[in-house]
Design a protein around this ligand. Structure first.
Ligand code: GUN
Length: 285
């Protein structure tokens, strides 16, 4: 039987609806709307599209967006100066520096310079540390928290289940490990040096592909009736392709997210959620 296709657009619309209601109450309390600063360095076309979508989504729910577009040859010092300025701006509750940065810039140093209270990407050492310790007060990276929301909406409780993550990035794989562990799954993380990827993936009642490799996960690597979440967004000559070989895998899996229309819309919805969470925390002082 073909797998249930999890509709990320519909789940994201529900989250955005809840956020829009929260924006009204937070704005009333603060006397201004929550504000998100976006920083797009240089002219990477894919990054430009992502950032534009994020800004449009802000407008839709009533979050003010403050956009900065420094040139690709900005110095590290000047970029750090911009982050400092945004850290100190009282109208801004969240700061998003779109990654990757152009060659020659040190993304790690830029991320570390963000004020943890405005770190809506959840990438600073403070946010990562709070998440690893299971402390819910921090800001959680948007894509992994979107994955958890999709699991919830599909009625999949990770507790007691085998969860396998393919990919160990700071943006997705590592934080998702903490979230699934916090939800009481038994979690395994695979990566490029995993000896027998297929064998490990087949253990996953929940299988999350976040490796950035088109169609890496084939049907023979999927446990029957597994919930398969595809985080991949690979631009190929044949269009946008996930990390999962979608059609054949639908014949094995119990539920699966499509690309596009699965995890992608959730990332933006959770960014809005994080911005409101940051605003609420700042209003509470
Ligand atoms: N590049 C790809 N995904 C993301 C994301 O979620 N946040 C940022 N800042 N950059 C990205």
């Amino acid at each position: 039987m073909a797998a249930e296709v999890i509709d990320g657009k519909a789940v994201a619309a529900q989250v955005r609806g809840r956020v829009a209601a929260d924006v009204i109450s937070v704005s009333d309390g603060m006397g201004r709307p929550p504000g998100l600063a976006t920083v797009l360095v240089g002219e990477d076309p894919a990054s430009a599209i992502y950032v534009r979508r994020k800004r449009e989504a802000c407008e839709e729910v009533g979050i003010s967006s403050f956009h900065h577009e420094p040139p690709g040859d900005i110095s590290q010092a000047d970029l750090l100066g911009l982050v400092e300025e945004l850290n100190g701006n009282d109208e801004i509750d969240g700061i998003l520096v779109q990654l990757p940065l152009p060659d020659g810039l040190d993304a790690g140093e830029v991320v570390n310079a963000l004020s943890p209270s405005k770190d809506v990407d959840g990438l600073t050492p403070t946010s990562a540390g709070l998440l690893a310790r299971g402390d819910p007060s921090g800001l959680v990276p948007c894509t992994p928290s979107g994955v958890m929301e999709l699991l919830r909406s599909a009625g999949v409780d990770p507790s007691g289940k085998e969860a396998v993550i393919v990919g160990r990035s700071n943006l997705v794989g590592k934080p998702l490990y903490s979230l699934l562990l916090g939800a009481n799954a038994t979690v395994t993380t695979c990566h490029s040096r995993t000896a027998d990827l297929g064998e490990v993936c087949r253990r996953g009642e929940i299988l999350v592909a976040a490796a950035g490799q088109p169609k890496l996960i084939t049907a023979d690597m999927v446990c029957p009736a597994a919930t398969v979440i595809d985080v991949g967004t690979n631009r190929t000559d044949g269009g946008l392709v996930g990390d999962v070989d979608f059609e054949p895998v639908t014949e094995v899996a119990g539920a699966i997210t499509p690309v596009p229309g699965g995890v992608g819309p959730m990332t933006i919805a959770m960014l809005l959620y994080n911005t409101v969470k940051a605003a609420r925390a700042s209003a509470a002082g």
